[in-house]
Design a protein around this ligand. Structure first.
Ligand code: ATP
Ligand code: MG
Length: 610
């Protein structure tokens, strides 16, 4: 006894320990009516699983399933990335394959080590482990250069002198074909020489580029002699000053997949029009040279090129997606940083108290489709709530304290009540909750002139203190401004774990011992946007759609001391208030700082039940 009370109860001489079973009216919130997400059930199938199963059946990759998650380290991961992470890693796991983590780092000016580190941490936090070492597309820069030389040698690439601006003009439009670059027929020897000089740093940014020689009249603009290399005199977070030419995304991505022996290259729909280029590059190189450069070089496997398959991006209403938008919010101070608990970044969700399991369940529930749709935010909130409902220990915290003196409890009479950590899960154990003469209840649980139907405390009325006694309000004390400053109440000593005799007390309120409670600051977070689509072009500025009350900070709250005892920083349910977690940043004063993860009320209905 007493281990959780460290010093808060000094001076008490009389101790009782009472185990209080939860009365029926005293239980926690109901489980949400959800589709079962229990472990062990087979995840729903989708077109990508079908495709993989077809490939396995036909023996196309000799039983191999090798996926990759390829983030560009130019920002933090967001909930959309989680969909791609869950998809790639889970498929590999499910089919006994592998999933690589590869940084797609071809645009060093916008990338940084900070992002690399945060991305790795986020993936591990979500519960996934990549195969082997972390990969970087920049690991392959030498190899990519050699492949480019190969394309030049076979007359399939050339050095072009058009400026980026001119190149755009020459490219044509959706309705008009493009025009050939004046350098398109530059002799091979000259191309080789120029490309080498590009690499040596002889030219300035944008002076030349290396382009694939495909077809300036192709209906797909991506096939109109796309740029493979551009000159950028910038330092790279992985390769330092070694390179001043950098390969483009399209050129790099397919080759990185091929080098790593990827089988199923899953990406989002905007790359559908890039697929012909993905295939063109791979098919116009000597297959054996790719094989020799690949991770399969020293294996028995027959070499088969990777294939790209597209799926719809995850979009959620009331949020902004896209690193560019998120970065803007960080840089213009709309939020406090990438890990602001209102951000839909993985770092923000984590700091908000969202669990990895909730995100994984959500991604599974969202599923994978080929057409774009917008997912309702309340579905994500439902998943967050469901996981916390099942796993978060219950505690009591009074957000707006009103002092209550229990006149028939002796000052010296301290009791430690024992309450279950979870109303339905016995295995979560019990906690000790100090009870004393002076307690706090929430101001909103008392009304001098209660509205009809009010079931909580009022002058002369009774209410149950959760897990403790029924109390009656005998006297209301006002301060000089005429505000209620304290209540004098009395307990009915026969009501501990028992209903009172001869009368019904309907209301149950939470409370915290004034002497043993801990001071807390509580941040009430809400949706960052009030508008369904902050990216809507009709909105002049997305800031116009912000929720002015997305953060309300409360000071002077009081929380029961058992929160100190939990080893983990996992979330809590503050009874009747919502789910909260201790903020990861230490507070600058003595108070504990809690972030509200989510409220208790679930508004989401699974399809067909609404
Ligand atoms: P953003 O627009 O946020 O910058 P991106 O696609 O440019 O996204 P990358 O770092 O290139 O970001 O993405 C890594 C992987 O995550 C890619 O395969 C990409 O297709 C996928 N991805 C990005 N956003 C989403 C999303 N909203 N839903 C599903 N997958 C996504
Ligand atoms: Mg990108």
């Amino acid at each position: 006894m007493g281990k959780a009370r460290s010093g808060y109860n000094k001076g008490f001489d009389q101790r009782e320990e009472v185990q209080v079973p939860m009365a029926p009216s005293d239980s926690g919130n109901k489980p949400p009516n959800s589709q079962a997400q229990s472990k062990g059930t087979k995840p729903p199938s989708n077109f990508i699983r079908h495709l993989i199963e077809q490939d396995l059946a036909s023996g196309k990759y000799e039983g191999r399933v090798h996926t990759r998650f390829p983030p560009e380290p130019n920002g933090y991961l967001h909930i959309g990335h989680a969909k791609s992470i869950c998809l790639n890693f889970s498929l590999a796991e499910e089919y006994g394959g592998h999933c690589n983590l590869r940084f797609d780092d071809t645009n060093p000016a916008k990338e940084s080590q900070e992002y690399v580190d945060a991305i790795k941490e986020n993936i591990l936090w979500l519960g996934f482990q990549w195969q082997g070492e972390v990969r970087y597309a920049s690991n392959y820069f030498d190899q990519l250069y050699d492949f480019a030389v190969q394309l030049i040698n076979s007359g399939k690439a050339y050095v072009c002198s058009l400026s980026p601006h001119q190149a755009r003009e020459f490219r044509g439009t959706l309705t008009e074909p493009g025009r050939n670059s004046p350098d398109r027929d530059r002799p091979i020897g000259e191309n080789l020489d120029m490309f080498e000089r590009m690499r040596q740093g002889e030219f300035t940014d944008g002076e030349y580029s290396l382009r694939a020689k495909i077809d300036m009249a192709a209906p797909n603009i991506n096939m109109r002699d796309p740029v493979l290399y551009r000159i950028r005199h910038v330092n790279h977070h992985q390769t330092g000053d070694r390179w001043c030419i950098y390969p483009t995304y399209d050129y790099t991505h397919c080759l990185s997949d091929a080098i790593e022996g990827i089988t199923h290259s899953l990406c989002t729909l905007e790359f559908e029009d890039h697929r012909p280029l993905y295939n063109w590059i791979l098919q116009n190189l000597d297959l054996d040279s790719i094989r020799r450069a690949s991770d399969l070089a020293d294996t028995e496997f027959r070499y088969v090129l990777p294939e790209q398959t597209e799926f719809a991006k995850l979009r959620i209403n009331y949020t902004m997606g896209g690193k560019r938008n998120l970065k803007d919010m960080v840089e213009t101070g709309v939020v406090t940083g990438w890990d602001d608990p209102r951000m839909n970044t993985l770092a923000g969700l984590r700091r908000r108290g969202v669990t990895p399991a909730a995100i994984r369940n959500f991604c599974e529930m969202v599923g994978v489709a080929r057409s774009e749709s917008v997912v309702d935010m309340s579905m994500l909130e439902h998943c967050i709530r469901e996981d916390l409902d099942n796993n978060a220990p219950r505690v009591m915290c009074v957000l707006a304290p009103l002092k209550v003196t229990l006149s028939n409890v002796e000052a010296a009479q301290e009791m430690v009540l024992t309450m279950p950590n979870h109303p339905k899960i016995e295995a979560m154990g019990y906690r000790e909750v100090p009870f004393s003469r002076e307690i706090y209840i929430d101001r909103s649980d008392f009304e001098v002139e209660p509205p009809p139907g009010f079931k909580r405390l009022m002058p002369g009325g009774e209410v149950r203190l959760r897990g403790a006694y029924v109390i009656r309000c005998d006297e209301v004390i006002y301060n000089a401004d005429g505000e209620v400053s304290e209540l004098i109440c009395s307990i009915d000593p026969d009501t501990l774990g028992r209903n009172p005799e001869g009368r019904k007390v309907k209301g149950v309120i939470h409370w915290v011992s004034a002497s043993a409670g801990l001071p807390a600051r509580v941040r009430l977070y809400d949706r960052l946007f009030l508008v369904e689509n902050p990216e809507d072009k009709s909105l002049e500025d997305y800031r116009d759609g912000l929720n002015p009350d997305s953060l309300v900070e409360l000071t002077g709250c009081v929380v029961e001391p058992s929160v100190r005892a939990t080893e983990t920083r996992a979330g809590f349910q503050f009874e009747r208030e919502g789910y909260f977690c201790i903020d990861s940043l230490d507070s600058d004063d003595d108070s504990l700082v809690f972030n509200r993860t989510i409220t208790l009320r679930d508004s989401w209905k699974p399809a067909g039940q609404g």
